[in-house]
Design a protein around this ligand. Structure first.
Ligand code: HEC
Ligand code: HEC
Length: 345
């Protein structure tokens, strides 16, 4: 009698534990797919309240990001130009992005890491909310060359997509705003906060003496523009690439002549992975970038006052090497090997 009661009790507790551990696992899974604010970053600017990340929304966004159904002829997906292996920048083989019919764009596709903390997007800041960034890619003739209505039409015609949108957002018909929300849920999760530099900042890792010296040099010589934990003050500046810049840069948006040739100061996170460099991909290596700042600055009317010194940014060869060593500590291996972003998962 006693034994059988005990058995009953044990199986009762066993069942309870089983249920508990299942729901704990569900909580862990949902947590793995919710947005986590890194403690040492500025607060996220993305409107998470309006579009909180869920596992279903993230996975739907991932499917869309990797699906060429978004392009006119089914040949190009977002991931054609934004690859996980390069922190979601383009590959080295495509200095200027390549869209449908092999049409060449005019700018280098930037890394998509840490978009959740930015307020303005593209090299010229032409888009002011992350949700709207895919529209440019879809409609640009040299990228996906398609009307958004047609994309949404194709998604609605797909039973699989209809079901996935239904599960993620509880809707019956796919609409543009929900498509954009799903893509944003996927993109805001591309947080790069675990480089060796982060570990150093958080006191969980160390930098070598050369890297540390590079950090000090970087802060004093580059930090006025590439400032803070994301290495950018997100202002628009002309860093002296050309005497007569061909790409008008920020002027495209403000229509103000005094913004000619100015571009958003880019974050340098994962910079060792995202060659070539600058909006037009003119430099192949970080050495070339440093040599530009040392001796290649071109004067023009909109050149940033910080770079007007005719000697450029002075440094020795050894200091150049140390700055590059520091820049390499910004590589986040966790981001590029994070299985949540794998196309096959
Ligand atoms: C043909 C290549 C190509 C495709 C396809 C493409 N992009 Fe891009 N993407 C670029 C280029 C180039 C830029 C920079 C554009 C500029 O600054 O004018 C960019 C910029 C961005 C930015 C802004 C990043 C920043 O730091 O400001 C986001 C976000 C983005 N793309 C998301 C997407 C999404 C989502 C898709 C799919 C719907 C997509 N891209 C498809 C090439 C591409
Ligand atoms: C006056 C502000 C300013 C200073 C100082 C400055 N930069 Fe920049 N940097 C920029 C701007 C603006 C761009 C983007 C220019 C473009 O693409 O046309 C840029 C681009 C870069 C890029 C290319 C990023 C990419 O994604 O392609 C690297 C690397 C870089 N800077 C490193 C440095 C280093 C290292 C220093 C110090 C030696 C430095 N910068 C000093 C403003 C500055």
């Amino acid at each position: 009698m006693y034994i059988s009661n005990l058995k009953k009790q044990l199986s009762y507790w066993g069942l309870l534990l089983f249920i508990l551990s299942c729901s704990e696992r569900d909580v862990q899974v949902e947590e793995a797919y919710s947005f986590q604010q890194p403690v040492h970053f500025p607060a996220a600017t993305y409107t998470l309240d309006n579009n909180p990340v869920s596992k279903k929304g993230f996975l739907l966004g991932k499917k869309l990001f990797n699906d060429p159904i978004l392009s006119r002829d089914g040949s190009v997906s977002c991931s054609s130009c934004h690859l996980q292996a390069t922190a979601f920048a383009d590959s080295r083989q495509h200095p200027l992005s390549i869209g449908v019919d092999n049409r060449k764009g005019v700018r280098n596709a930037p890394s998509l890491a840490n978009l959740a903390f930015m307020k303005e997007f593209f090299w010229d800041g032409g888009v002011t909310h992350l949700d709207f960034t895919p529209l440019n890619a879809i409609e640009a003739s040299f990228e996906m060359d398609e009307k958004v209505e047609n994309v949404v039409g194709r998604l609605n015609a797909s039973e699989e997509y209809q079901q996935l949108f239904g599960k993620a957002f509880g809707i019956e018909e796919v609409t543009t705003p929900y498509m954009l929300h799903a893509l944003s849920q996927f993109m805001v999760m591309m947080v790069s906060d675990n480089s060796r530099y982060d570990q150093y900042l958080l006191g969980t890792g160390e930098l070598t003496p050369d890297e540390l010296h590079g950090l000090v040099l970087f802060e004093s010589k580059c930090g006025a523009c590439h400032s803070g934990v994301l290495q950018s003050d997100f202002s628009y500046r002309n860093n002296g690439l050309d005497e007569n810049p061909i790409d008008s840069g920020r002027t495209r948006i403000t229509e103000n002549r005094s913004d000619w040739g100015k571009f958003r100061v880019p974050s340098l996170r994962n910079i060792a992975l995202t060659a070539p460099y600058m909006h037009d991909a003119r430099f192949e290596t970080l050495d070339e970038v440093l040599i530009h700042y040392r001796e290649g600055i071109q004067y023009s009317e909109t050149l940033d006052p910080l770079l007007e010194n005719s000697l450029g940014i002075t440094m020795t060869d050894e200091e150049q090497e140390q700055i590059i060593q520091f820049l390499k500590t910004l590589t986040d291996r966790e981001l590029i090997s994070d299985s949540r972003f794998f196309t096959t998962e």
